[in-house]
Ligand binder design. Structure first.
Ligand code: OOG
Ligand code: MG
Length: 255
């Protein structure tokens, strides 16, 4: 059903998202390694580009132990963000087109300079022009949110939507409290320190992955550093708020 070629896999994932019909993990029926999975991810992005979407950044995944444990994987990954995934702060997200959305609190970086290569987190941080509190909405195109590492890589790291709070001049984001509230009730609390010990390590990892992919992260791009807590189901008709000490908050209403 999914087709064993990379292009067939990309089509199956893209169609699953568009038709809102989840598929079994690709690795249930075909061998798929990490490198080939990134090839499939690139092809799903080509399909989005062909529909007029523009890449506006990248998202890091599984940068916290909480997330690795939740999803049963053991390495960090990345995916691409497009303009069509962005939700304005305080805006409305229609979850009707999503399969089984989840939301998680994150920190976002805005790049002021190109970034690629192997470097210390400290050096990577020098490319950052602003930081913000953010959320990510995940929506696996796989049934029951079940996948192996190559599966989720191919599926663009479950990326579905994201929102960014007000940008701030770079501050030390090494240990900021994060609060995720749904309809005024606490859903998750955590610290940015859960992201690889410091979110700038996630940024350095993004720079390394960019080099490995033969590309540069571009000025103006957003980097989502990865969730500090587990992701929680995102219901319809909900008001969600993510607050971070020092960075303010970002809000979204779902319908
Ligand atoms: C994959 C995406 C993980 C994060 O912040 O760790 C991620 C998933 O959990 O479905 O975005
Ligand atoms: Mg995330």
């Amino acid at each position: 059903m999914t087709g064993a070629t990379p292009a067939g896999m990309a089509e199956a994932l893209d169609e699953a998202a568009r038709a809102r019909r989840p598929i079994p993990p690709l690795t249930d029926t075909a061998p798929l390694g990490v490198d080939d999975a990134y090839g499939v991810q690139r092809m799903t992005l080509e399909r989005r580009r062909a529909r007029g979407e523009t890449v506006v950044g990248v998202k890091m995944g599984f940068t916290s132990r909480a997330k690795m444990a939740q999803m049963g994987v053991d390495d960090l990954i990345w995916g691409r963000l497009t303009d069509a995934m962005a939700v304005e702060d305080g805006g409305v997200l229609d979850t009707g087109g999503l399969i089984h959305p989840r939301i998680e609190p994150e920190i976002a970086f805005l790049l002021g300079r190109p970034l690629s290569g192997r470097m210390s987190p400290f050096r990577a941080a020098r490319s950052v022009s602003a930081v913000a509190v953010a959320y990510e909405v995940l929506d696996s195109r796989y049934q029951d949110f079940r996948f192996t590492l190559p599966d989720v890589i191919a599926d663009n790291a479950s990326a579905a939507a994201f929102g960014i709070g007000p940008w701030h001049d770079p501050v030390d984001v090494g240990n900021l409290g994060l609060l995720l509230e749904i309809d005024g009730r606490t859903a998750e609390t955590g610290s940015t320190a859960a992201v690889l010990g410091h979110p700038y390590r996630s940024l350095a990892a993004a720079a390394r992955l960019a080099e490995a992919a033969g590309m540069e992260l571009e000025p103006g791009w957003i980097v989502l550093a990865g969730a500090a807590t587990t992701a929680v189901p995102l219901p319809r008709g909900a008001h969600v708020r993510v607050t971070s000490a020092g960075l303010g908050r970002v809000e979204v209403t779902t319908r």
